[in-house]
Design a protein around this ligand. Sequence first.
Ligand SMILES: [Zn+2]
Length: 613
Amino acid sequence: MNNLPNKTFNELSVEELVNLIEYHNNRYWKEGNPEISDEEYDLLTRQLEIKDPFNPLLEKIAFPRFNRAEKIRHAVPMLSLEKAYSRGGVVQWAEKFARTEDELFSIQPKYDGISANFANGVLASRGDGFEGENISDKIPLIELEADGYKGPLNRDARGEIIIRNDDFKNIYSKILKKDGALYKNQRNAVAGIMGLKKIDEMLSQGAKLTLVDYGMIKEILPFSKLKDENSWNDILKEFSILPYPMDGVVVKFHDDAYSASLGATAHHPRGQIAFKISGLRMPSVIKNVEWSFGKNCLTPIAMIDPVRIGGITIKKVTLHNLKFVNDNDLRIGDKVIVERAGDVIPHIVSSEKGAERTSFIIEKCPSCGSALVIEGPELKCVNQECPDTKLRRLLSAVRSIGIERLGEPTLKKMMSALSVKKLKDIFSLTKEDFLALEGFREKSADNLFREIQSARKTSDRALLASLNIEGVGKNIAKSILEKYSLGELRKMSAAELENISGIGPERSKGLSKELERQSEIIAELLDALDVSVTKTSDASENLKTICFTGKMPEKRSHYERLAGTAGYKPVDSVTEKLSLLVVADINENSSKMEKAKKYGVKIIPLSEWLVND
Ligand SMILES: [Zn+2]
């Protein structure tokens, strides 16, 4: 293994992530020869944090080894802390040990850097908690910030080596790494600098690190207040404007002697807990829930108290479906932890009952008022005349036959102003009809008209998929149509359908019911559209190939789809076997055109192909 597997990071399993991270740790720390950028490394560790927040490897990453020969024994071990990922977890822990409601707790920022201990003139990393490494050679770079003191590291301290936010912005925008690049984030910069064999370069560039004493900033709260969410949030807010990188808070018993008397487990002192806010997770509250119409069901979307995660303000999260809501007993007023992972739609990872809770499960369709039905995990409106369900279905049909310019707002206007009810109605609309709609101009009306008309050419496969029959996507549509034509399909019984590969007895029943119900529409569509018959898979080997070249008015994918429905297989390059080269401009001589001429491949201009093929 020497490279990233051919998967995106969020497709990696926990095991794959662990292997990869360990491999890159080795490259970085032991061999001093990193293979991936700091940002990629960060993404890997973040993925692991999302998928397996309690993975022991995360602990190791938080406390890196620097490969120094000299080891330093800590007089007082630097144990790692037990972690909670919700406020509820902190309260539970406190409840276990608090002696009274007035028990005092101290809350400190959890700094995002590298823990270290300075004693008797020696600076040591945390190491395994009992024995660290001598990193005293870095002292010239370090300024100590402790209660009432800011200056050279000249007194005992236990804390975190970090780069202040302001320093990172001002100083580190000019400091270059060995490879000539800038450090991309504070923690990586600290780790990178601590791992350097020599710091001359860093000193000459003016690099500066800060050792923040753990005791410097703290808030004291009695147990009764710790349980109160507002006081808790006030403290988080107060900490969030401090100039230090942080990834949570540490909660301790204020009474050190009592805390020590609680002892420690093998890994953690009992008297302390860390509340970790991952950069991608934030607490919020469900304020309201809207049921949004999907193609076949209603999806609960929660409006939450806005939170900022990774630089983006999040106001809505998906609650997936009815089953998710029931399984997690979610109500309006509940507290939730919101997560945003990559480009995935924000969702919630955990919840806690709110003080005042309101159920948001509905029994009647918000659009048509008819009684909703529970089917599997979903809540559905089964009224065929339901306006919103119709809109969704029509929209999805429009998508599957490839009219991309026709979005939901326009479709809505068409339904109300132009009495569009079914897919086929769209094809009889004229440019003048569109111009009558609000927001349309000559050019946009013309474009839409042309796109709709070009979608008139479709394949039986795309058409079957566009009927929105549950469970019949493009693949099943393909295996059905290899045996039967759409016309034949209209009249088939469940028993006959069951013999098609990929269709079980369950699906065949539903399918035959749907086909029967939509029989008339299918007939209409077959009539309205120019439907080509899909070749069977044996014939696909012998499909005519087509290649497009030059700058065309629409996206390449648009023409390739047209070509597909006309029975061509689109390819990217010109070979002897190519059946047809379509060029944007017949007078512009490209290398593809020259090749095609050499091989004697037929060349036609786009305008001609659009008319004839
Ligand atoms: Zn409805």
